[in-house]
Design a protein around this ligand. Structure first.
Ligand SMILES: Cc1ncc(COP(=O)(O)O)c(C=O)c1O
Length: 429
């Protein structure tokens, strides 16, 4: 019988990673690992607790950057050493969005609760592509909560994705398949005589154009419509763009409404847009990447009136929901259409009525990803620990802060307000 070499060699006791022969990746010394793990957790708690004492952002010194250009490691290092490297050379040079003084773009700040949930999810290392497991039920529960929050019907389906770029892409694929029929999945758009066109305001996010490209329709087929003085899509201009396209032989199929544009936080008149889309028989998708969760704030929510009529809604828990990156979400009014657009059968994904292979439909039937992490856990934790009321009041506070800044800008003769303040974005010069 071949000899199995010992897992720890003399002199390697301090290594928490495998022995030289690599029979296992388990810690060689669990107690030492525990001490190290507690140290790492303490360091992160201290980092978060004292974040106000740090700069929001600092430039990366050349010698630090150079450390990240070496070759792939062949030999093991101790976890303590690698952690030291993290503390010294990674942690100080991140974007800074955890800092309360970070006010750029629409980055979320995350929470300490979300950080812990990430750790638990990583420990479980669940793959949420499918199968009968409670992590999938957690994702379904968050989806039900969102269905409730946004006034979607029972037929709705929800799915965690990386971010709104992916969520918008998924929505466009569903809308495309609804208009062209699911044969397009086999035949491709090249076999199609119809030329589909989509519509959104000039303020919509660039990822919508990218999604048009990715689903084979081409970014030129996205028509950007002018906006009114509140940067909302101009419905008269939209109507005439569609009419013109129809006369020229195009097939309009989709209108994208914005619930908080990336640059000024503008919100289209979603109720009017929903009614318009229904009349014109267009798929109505709402990009609510950052603004949709204003639903949690009772005094902001009325601005989103009409969102409940969307055929699909994309938003990010990692923005105003303060869930750590990444945690995008797509909610589709008729989940059956989403499933038609993405399900595919293969022997290795066969479904059973009991056992681990039960529980169909699976999340992989609703989007392009098969392997999927447990993003739902950090959102579930965040929602349960804070409740939507507290998250909503934090959202409200950021809007109040924006109103305060708006007033300061208006009061200062040397400053000029460049766009109306709708939510929590203030543009001025
Ligand atoms: C309105 C809007 N749409 C889409 C996106 C893209 O979302 P993500 O970065 O999560 O992919 C953003 C990002 O800021 C956004 O603000």
């Amino acid at each position: 019988m071949p000899q199995i070499p010992p897992t720890i060699k003399d002199g390697q006791e301090g290594l928490y990673l495998p022995n030289a022969e690599g029979q296992t990746l388990d810690p060689a010394d669990w107690e030492g690992f525990r001490t190290q793990a507690h140290q790492m957790l303490d360091d992160m708690i201290e980092y978060t607790r004292k974040i106000r004492e740090r700069p929001v952002w600092q430039p990366i010194p050349e010698e630090v950057r150079a450390r990240f250009q070496g070759p792939a490691p062949l030999e093991p290092s101790s976890i303590a050493e690698v952690h030291r490297e993290f503390m010294d050379h990674i942690l100080p040079f991140a974007v800074g969005n955890v800092h309360p003084g970070f006010m750029g773009w629409v980055h979320g700040g995350g929470t300490s609760v979300g950080m812990l949930a990430e750790m638990l999810a990583a420990g479980l290392n669940a793959n949420l592509g499918g199968r009968d497991q409670i992590p999938v039920e957690v994702e379904r529960q968050v989806s039900h909560w969102m269905q409730e929050v946004f006034g979607f019907p029972e037929s709705a389906a929800g799915l965690f994705v990386t971010g709104t770029s992916m969520a918008n892409f998924i929505a466009l694929v569903i809308a495309r398949d609804v208009r062209l029929g699911c044969e397009v999945r086999n035949l491709g758009v090249a076999a199609e005589s119809k030329q589909l066109t989509a519509y959104g305001s000039t303020a919509i996010h660039g990822c919508v154009s990218k999604a048009m490209d990715l689903c084979g329709l081409g970014s030129d087929a996205l028509r950007l419509v002018s906006t009114d003085n509140r940067r909302r899509i101009n419905l008269t201009a939209l109507e005439s763009a569609i009419k013109k396209d129809r006369e020229a032989g195009f097939t309009p199929f989709l209108v994208v409404g914005s619930a908080g544009t990336v640059d000024t936080g503008a919100i289209d008149d979603l109720a009017e847009l929903a009614a318009f889309a229904r009349r014109e028989q267009l798929w109505f998708h709402v990009d609510g990447a950052y603004g949709a969760l204003a639903m949690f704030a009772p005094e902001q929510a009325p601005k989103l009136r009409g969102i409940e009529h969307a055929d699909s809604l994309a938003f990010d828990f990692h923005k105003w929901g303060q869930v750590p990156y990444d945690a995008g979400f797509i909610l589709v009014r008729d989940g059956a259409l989403q499933r038609k657009a993405f399900s595919a059968s293969s022997a290795y994904l066969a479904r059973e009525t009991r056992g681990l292979a039960a529980g169909s439909p699976w999340p992989c039937d609703f989007g392009p990803d098969l392997s999927r992490g447990f993003r739902a856990l950090k959102a579930w934790f965040t929602l349960k620990v804070y409740g939507t009321r507290t998250l909503g009041s934090v959202i409200s506070r950021t809007c109040d802060l924006a109103r305060y800044l708006e007033q300061r800008v208006v009061d200062a003769p040397e400053l000029e307000l460049l766009a109306p303040v709708e939510l929590n974005i203030v543009c001025f010069r």
